[in-house]
Design a protein around this ligand. Sequence first.
Ligand SMILES: Nc1ncnc2c1ncn2[C@@H]1O[C@H](COP(=O)(O)OP(=O)(O)OP(=O)(O)O)[C@@H](O)[C@H]1O
Ligand SMILES: [Mg+2]
Length: 340
Amino acid sequence: MASTNKAPLQTRNLPWVEKYRPQKLDDLISHKDILSTIQRFISEDKLPHLLFYGPPGTGKTTTILACARQLYKDREFNSMVLELNASDDRGIDVVRGPVLSFASTRTIFKKGFKLVILDEADAMTQDAQNALRRVIEKYTENTRFCLICNYLSKIIPALQSRCTRFRFGPLSPDQMIPRLEHVVQQESLDITPDGMKAIVTLASGDMRRSLNILQSTSMAYEKVTEDTVYTCTGHPLRSDIANILDWSLNKDFTTLFIHLVKPPVLFLKTLKGLALHDILTEVHLLIHRVDFPPAIRIGLLIKLADIEHRLASGTDEKIQLSSMVAAFQAVRDLVVSEAS
Ligand SMILES: Nc1ncnc2c1ncn2[C@@H]1O[C@H](COP(=O)(O)OP(=O)(O)OP(=O)(O)O)[C@@H](O)[C@H]1O
Ligand SMILES: [Mg+2]
């Protein structure tokens, strides 16, 4: 049930997130302050219990695996490291069983502590977390724990206070782009600067997502461009959204309705499989870039948020689309009446 990361990676058929998972702490591209603190803990042999938290794909699992690789030689790995993740059972039995027996047994061949990695610890039940409090305390001399989670609030305060916390924030585009370029070079891909920008925008700080988008787009299309990235991920193209906004603000209601509700969006929706929710998200982003008078922008944003709320509760997409059309029309009327 416990899975340990031991074998040298067979890189040929691996998804790129694994193929390009940094093996050493120095290879990680972000959170340098956290990494240097951990390096210092390791070199001074004072590693505390750790708690890593933050959004997905920011390097939490990678960091602790790299630490473990630095702490233990390959052949010791299995006996010194216990890694549990979401695929393992997370109830109290696991804490009382495998975790306890691993933590409580000393190794005669090697001095120093063992490492228990509890990945996705927010999936552990309250009972299991409570049981862990005692285990952590009792075997501190022998074992260090590293808890990893996305939501800190799901870890009970008593466990939080036993660990040194590190927050792994989303990665910035400046950090992601050089890493993606490295992969592009290794895989000899054809990518445009716009394509790269689109990947980074869609990934919003999640390195795993950016690698997955890069891999799927480059497999589906010969060239990675803005359009192929958006098409591959099922997002509306920028040009479609710009068109929608353009029609919405410049055409009268009847033409607009025919343009949006009848052929083109139906065309967008059926041919490109777009959901109104995605269209709404992109339109919302674009609205921030159009030079509206503040009061009008505010009114529009509130209306779009209302539509989004209604959509989320499962209302009819076509009616909500009409409502979006009407919201824009109201803006257009306001702008026209203010100008005259
Ligand atoms: N800081 C980073 N430097 C380089 N690559 C990274 C970094 N963070 C993530 N990656 C890439 O993204 C993949 C996923 O990272 P990782 O498994 O460490 O994420 P995580 O923070 O544990 O996410 P989750 O919360 O979803 O488990 C890695 O295999 C690696 O390829
Ligand atoms: Mg992880």
